[in-house]
Design a protein around this ligand. Structure first.
Ligand code: KG4
Ligand code: ZN
Length: 338
């Protein structure tokens, strides 16, 4: 089975080709065209600009993916596209392209949930021992998801305000470091002292699996007003202390959830899962507590179409797979996973 997948939920235009042979998955192409250089001059993603860039890039990206995979349209068995959650104007471009190709090439269509795709990036590595608890951390979401199997999931908790990635982006902005914040903050944190500033660990001891990051961001803001941010070592200390606070909260709560729900596997997903220290810390804590641990390779953590293709493969294996219709599929910017 050959799947062509498209992802345009935010500011990456991506297309991927995945081949499955008796359950063995092989990623033949994963082309990602990033718009970061355009949006960083505005300090964040401008939805209208993102949509226009998607329009410009989507067909060349799809064609490049097919050429890299050496796959012709007639060899495709299924076309998949992200349909939400995400930016409405961005989602429409990818989904309408998928619908058009589905009609033109007479191929079945599957609309896929973006958060499920992030989680499914883990499934490329092979069999998962269920039940599992997945920490999903991106620019728009922060949640702990319980997975009974490949298809049945339940959200155990989520952020009540900012997402973890959003907190990285906002802290980077207030420290004058640019966009997107996660990779810059984590790089500067390498040269900083994690204990220099004792930032709060919001909701870490709360008896639930929810998160809150806006108070932490405000604490960084107030402290930053008292310090000289032109002195690079100080900025590095800010980054290290902030990153440690986020990691402590995310990892403690994930392990707490994994223990309470007696899962076999702890996994993580989403753009923030590209954070090396977070990966290492969660892996250490998960293994110490006796859980299996899974995390997608770095390039499958941030937005990409390979994860959409993997998600589509697993969804297509469901007994009663519900395919979409090119006339009816609509983008849903608020599509809740569970
Ligand atoms: O999943 P993603 O690519 O897009 C969304 O669906 O939101 O996640 C993007 C987020 C951004 O907020 C970015 O700052 C964050 O992931 N991010 C990181 C790192 N790399 C990307 N956060 C912390 N550390 C990183 N290394
Ligand atoms: Zn994402």
């Amino acid at each position: 089975m050959i799947i062509l997948a498209i992802e345009t939920s935010c500011d990456e235009t991506s297309a991927a080709v995945l081949k499955s042979t008796r359950g063995h998955l092989e990623l033949l192409a994963n082309v990602v065209s990033s718009q970061i250089d355009i949006h960083k001059q505005y300090g964040g993603v401008v939805p209208e600009v993102a949509a226009r860039m998607h329009v410009k890039n989507i067909l060349p990206v799809v064609m490049e993916a097919l050429a890299t995979a050496k796959v012709k349209p007639e060899q495709i068995d299924l076309i998949a596209s992200t349909a939400g959650p995400g930016l409405s104007t961005s989602l429409i471009i990818g989904l309408e392209t998928a619908k058009t190709l589905s009609l033109a090439w007479k191929k079945p269509l599957l609309a896929v949930n973006h958060m499920y795709s992030h989680i499914a990036a883990n499934f490329l590595k092979g069999q998962v021992k269920f039940p599992a608890a997945c920490l999903v951390v991106s620019g728009g979401h922060t949640e702990i998801v319980h997975l009974k199997n490949y298809w049945q999931s339940k959200k155990l908790g989520q952020t009540v305000d900012d997402a973890a990635g959003e907190a990285f982006d906002k802290v980077a902005k207030l420290l004058g470091l640019g966009y997107p914040g996660g990779p810059i903050v984590s790089k500067m944190a390498l040269n900083g002292d994690t204990e220099k500033y004792n930032f709060p660990r919001p909701m870490m001891s709360a008896n639930n699996f929810d998160f809150s990051f806006s108070g932490l961001k405000t604490a960084v803001l107030y402290q930053s007003k008292k310090e000289n941010l032109k002195w690079e070592p100080t900025v590095c200390d800010f980054c290290a202390s902030f990153e440690q606070a986020v990691i402590d909260v995310l990892t403690n709560k994930t392990i707490k959830a994994a223990k309470k729900f007696k899962v076999k596997t702890v996994m993580m997903a989403g753009g923030v899962a590209a954070n090396r220290k977070l990966r290492e810390t969660l892996e250490d804590k998960a293994k110490e507590a006796g859980f299996e641990f899974m995390v997608p390779e770095f390039k499958l953590c941030t937005d990409n179409a390979a994860m959409v293709a993997i998600a589509a493969y697993y969804l297509s294996q469901k007994k009663k797979v519900k395919l979409d219709n090119y006339k009816k599929a609509v983008a849903d910017p608020n599509w809740e996973l569970v």
